[in-house]
Design a protein around this ligand. Structure first.
Ligand code: UD1
Ligand code: MG
Length: 461
């Protein structure tokens, strides 16, 4: 029966995010600070969307323009010009609620709340009130749950609590489920005759008593799920918890993490079997790793696809690139956006690749810049080669064929093309197209000046 309620009754969600976040000491609105590479508010919106609600309203105030600019989600943006309290904030969203059904109230600065907890709370609430509670060793600062013969009858804020009430360690997490047909009436009845002169959402609990609407508390299964962020310490603590969980899930799924405490995932990962990740690796955005991919220590990899059997050696930096199978990259390689490496490609130390395609089996092993290049299969780029792709205004392409040998220290002045199986001499500055199958050398001839005399030091100076 409860499951039916989940699917049939209207569900509106309100996310409170108008507060200032003074203790973050930041010009960025609090809810835009990131956890696991996603802003706290985006994370909460994402979780809310997972419940398939009929509407999501986000109440914004401080930094509202920045919040709206940065968050692209299908929500109702509700402005609260003055922060007069949580009850007032919810009231601002009333026009977006259905007449019937239920409203779930979330906080934009409680980022790790999960769908399971919210589904449980909705089930516990039924058509009455659901209240997510916690039990804390140190409840200072939180609203306390007042019970009478076991029933929840009120919530008292820390600043309004008597010394006896302050001893209660059952607290309000702030997350509620409320019946829509009563909500407007209760919110309109709120008074701000309290220590903070605010309209407290928590006061609806006492008002519900008058209407004989029961409150069903649910204790959160772990405190971090309902933990709010008020400062950078709390932000860092929740970041660690999230990272530990992500690492544990990857280990569980068979990924080898050499040290789960030294692994950061700021996005999503898809992986095959026998993937191995060494310490201090940071993965950002959307990452795809095939079977048997191995990532060395200190690599930073963002929005990239890495094929099966490929090894990324330590200290490499990959951003928006695609790598085929059985390739080898690094140590100390830098793959910039639109680097596309085929199977069996080798990119060695201090090699930078940008907006370039490198065909199967080709290699650039040392100290090289490949920008706006298209390299065929089984070609070898000598150490210290640079594609001179930029004249200060425009960028030009370098096209290199199959089985080409580019000598060491070549300057390839683009636009230029080098034919299949061509060889270029070491130290060449190539300014014209090179024909296939030939050796092209473009450097001044070496000469020895026999009559030259080495200058001698003049003792008078
Ligand atoms: C609130 C609860 C308290 C609970 C605690 C949990 C009330 C009156 N108190 O207290 O019982 O233990 O959360 O952390 O609800 N906000 C607005 N507009 C406002 C006021 C607040 O959008 O006018 C937002 C804030 O941005 C924040 C959330 O609501 O995300 C909670 O506000 P906050 O001031 O932190 O409430 P607390 O005093 O911590
Ligand atoms: Mg708070």
């Amino acid at each position: 029966m409860q499951a039916d309620l989940m699917s049939t009754s209207q569900l509106n969600i309100i996310i409170l995010a108008a507060g200032k976040g003074t203790r973050m000491y930041s010009s960025l609105p609090k809810v835009l600070h990131e956890i696991g590479g996603m802003s706290m508010l985006e994370r909460v919106i994402h979780t809310a969307q997972g419940l398939n609600p009929d509407s999501i309203s986000v109440v914004i105030g401080h930094g509202k323009d920045t919040v709206r600019q940065r968050i692209h989600a299908e929500v109702n943006w509700v402005e609260q010009t003055e922060q007069l309290g949580t009850g007032h904030a919810v009231k601002m969203a009333l026009p977006h609620l259905s007449a019937q059904g239920r409203t779930l109230v979330l906080y934009g600065d409680v980022p790790l709340i999960d769908q399971q907890t919210l589904r449980d709370l909705l089930n516990v609430a039924g058509n009455d009130i659901g209240l997510l509670t916690d039990v804390l060793d140190n409840p200072t600062g939180y609203g306390r749950i007042i019970r009478n013969q076991g029933q929840v009858v009120a919530i008292v804020e820390e600043k309004d609590a008597t010394s006896t009430e302050k001893l209660i360690n059952e607290t309000n997490t702030g997350i509620f489920v409320l019946p829509n047909h009563k909500l407007a009436q209760w919110l309109n009845a709120l008074q701000n005759h309290n220590a903070q002169q605010e309209y407290y959402l928590t006061d609806v609990i006492a008002l519900a008593q008058v209407d004989h609407i029961p409150v069903h508390p649910l204790q959160v299964r772990a405190s971090y799920l309902a933990a709010g962020v008020n400062n950078k310490n709390q932000l860092a603590q929740l970041e660690r918890i999230l990272q530990q969980q992500q690492a544990a899930a990857l280990l569980q799924a068979g990924v080898t993490l050499r040290d789960p405490a030294r692994f950061d995932l700021r996005g999503q990962i898809k992986h095959g079997q026998d993937v191995s990740i060494d310490i201090n690796v940071v993965l950002e955005g959307q990452i795809q790793l095939g079977d048997n991919v191995s990532i060395g220590a200190n690599c930073i990899i963002k929005n990239s696809v890495i094929g099966s059997g490929t090894t990324i050696l330590p200290n490499s930096h990959l951003d928006n690139c695609t790598i085929g199978c059985n390739a080898q990259v690094g140590p100390f390689a830098r793959l910039r956006p639109q680097a596309q490496l085929g199977d069996d490609v080798h990119i060695g130390n201090f090699v930078e690749v940008k907006n370039s395609t490198i065909g199967t089996g080709s290699k650039a092993n040392h100290l090289t810049y490949l920008g706006d290049a298209c390299i065929g299969e089984h070609s070898n780029i000598g150490a210290g080669t640079i594609t001179c792709n930029y004249d200060g205004i425009n960028k030009y392409r370098t096209v290199i064929g199959n089985e080409v040998l580019v000598g060491s220290g070549n300057m390839l002045v683009a636009p230029i093309s080098i034919g299949d199986r061509a060889t270029t001499g070491a130290g060449s500055t190539i300014t014209r197209n090179c024909p296939p199958d030939q050796l092209t050398i473009a450097r001044s001839r070496q000469k020895t000046i026999t009559e030259w005399v080495r200058p001698e030091k003049n003792d008078n100076n």
